[in-house]
Ligand binder design. Structure first.
Ligand SMILES: Nc1ncnc2c1ncn2[C@@H]1O[C@H](COP(=O)(O)OP(=O)(O)OP(=O)(O)O)[C@@H](O)[C@H]1O
Ligand SMILES: [Mg+2]
Length: 258
């Protein structure tokens, strides 16, 4: 399978502190990877850096996406190329409805003449309706404002709606499962599962094994102190759930600062 994302000895600094300290990861088309790790181990830092968030500096190594070095690329360009990040803490935008927000994102991505987004824009209404049905989202969602007091779980569904609207080739989901009730977790993760096809990949950052029952990752990685210290199949997540981080030699003192 062709490679989607390749990270080779990646080092990342934030505010002068090295947070990611030599990380290797390769995701091929059609694969689901999960990253688990203690609080403060650098998971979100990695996700933000992949999207090109200002302030996250790659000091060594490269980010290769679909064979192209995107290490210094603007965030919007990365999105146009097919990268997507769902946020751990979704933002509330005042005075903008869910539907118009998604439409605006599509519009801005299609501005540079990217035919894929123009096509998605054309089919927005139809796709949006279908996606809302699939995620069991009430149709009134579309006309509610983004800062309109959505519950934590509802915000997470909006993130997945956003993913379904933009149809990225690599979706990075940062704790999409946290704060979801059991039914919502199933609906959301089934939505993501259905989204995966042989050309798409998913990088799912999570603390819990439960979402992986639905998402069925091909690979599970354990990140601590800015490095992947173990990689394996879904059994790794099960082992972590039953034995804790101690089984991987991670003890309280070596954890992050949070
Ligand atoms: N802007 C920043 N300035 C200084 N330190 C930062 C900044 N952002 C992150 N860090 C530090 O980097 C480390 C990794 O943080 P990160 O948010 O990546 O962890 P995480 O693995 O996502 O944790 P969690 O599981 O709690 O979400 C932490 O020690 C954090 O305090
Ligand atoms: Mg995080």
């Amino acid at each position: 399978m062709p490679s989607l994302l390749k990270l080779d000895n990646l080092h990342i600094k934030v505010e002068g502190n090295e947070i990611i300290k030599g990380l290797d990861l390769e995701i091929a088309e059609g694969e689901v990877h999960a990253i688990m790790g203690p609080n403060g181990s650098g998971k979100s830092t990695l996700a933000y850096t992949l999207m090109g968030r200002p302030g996250y500096e790659v000091t060594q190594g490269k980010i290769i996406f679909k064979g192209e070095d995107i290490t210094e690329m603007e965030p919007e360009k990365r999105a146009q190329k097919g990268l997507f990040l769902s946020f751990q803490y979704p933002v509330a935008v005042p005075g903008v409805t869910v539907a118009s927000f998604l439409m605006t994102v599509l519009q801005s991505l299609s501005k540079t003449g990217n035919g894929r987004f123009a096509e998605l824009r054309k089919n927005f209404r139809k796709n949006f309706k279908e996606n809302m049905t699939q995620l069991k989202v009430d149709p009134s969602f579309a006309t509610r404002y983004l800062n309109d007091g959505f519950s934590g779980g509802e915000k997470k569904r909006i993130e997945i709606l956003q993913m379904m609207t933009l149809q990225p080739q690599l979706a990075i989901l940062d704790e999409t499962d946290s704060g979801l009730d059991i039914d919502a977790l199933k609906i959301v993760s089934e939505g993501v599962s259905r989204y995966i096809n042989p050309e798409r990949g998913v990088l799912c950052i999570t603390h819990y094994q439960r979402i992986l029952n639905h998402l069925k990752p091909d690979f599970v990685h354990i990140l601590t102190q800015g490095k992947i210290i173990a990689s394996g199949g879904p059994e790794l997540a099960l082992q972590l759930e039953s034995e804790g981080y101690k089984a991987f030699g991670i003890v309280e003192e070596t954890r992050g600062t949070i």
